[in-house]
Design a protein. Structure first.
Length: 162
């Protein structure tokens, strides 16, 4: 059992630098295509806020602050700017009149779709240079990686059996 665990760790250790290199190359590609892939008129933090709200419609400011590890005044200012841009709306909570829920406007959802479409186009161009088998392997691996990254607080248990 220890050999299987060690082999898994060695494989993960070899993959981590490769994944890091992919992230660096993606950052360079985004920079190279800055005009096309820009999140303008939003900052990257504002765009991140929109991604969170999209995934959790109705989230409140406190929960959003926890996601961002940010203080309430900062989160409020971010949301004020997004609301002023027409990408976000605050709605009264259905059960607690003192609480406010956040949701994206149609303009906000359209803006995120545009960002994704432009990024996907650049990625498709790169992936078109890959074999179908490599594309399939990449999709499978990225799906597993997304799943693993999705729950950062849970660590897999490694139990040894005698």
């Amino acid at each position: 059992m220890r050999e299987a665990h060690a082999s898994h760790d060695q494989h993960a250790s070899r993959a981590a630098p490769e994944i890091s290199e992919v992230l660096e190359r993606l950052e360079m590609a985004w920079e190279h295509h800055r005009g096309t892939l820009s999140t303008a008129p939003l900052s990257s933090v504002q765009t991140r806020v929109m991604y969170i709200i999209e995934r959790e419609p109705g989230i409140n400011l406190s929960a959003l602050g926890r996601h961002l590890s940010a203080a309430a005044p900062s989160v409020t200012r971010l949301c004020d700017r997004l609301q002023a841009a027409g990408f976000l709306r605050r709605i009264p909570h259905t059960e607690d009149r003192r609480a406010t829920q956040l949701e994206l406007t149609e303009a906000g959802r359209t803006h995120l779709r545009g960002i994704r479409a432009r990024r996907e186009q650049v990625l498709r161009q790169a992936m078109d240079r890959m074999s179908p088998d490599a594309q399939h392997a990449l999709a499978t691996g990225l799906s597993a990686l997304c799943e693993a990254v999705g729950e950062p607080t849970q660590q897999p248990e490694h139990r040894e059996t005698a």
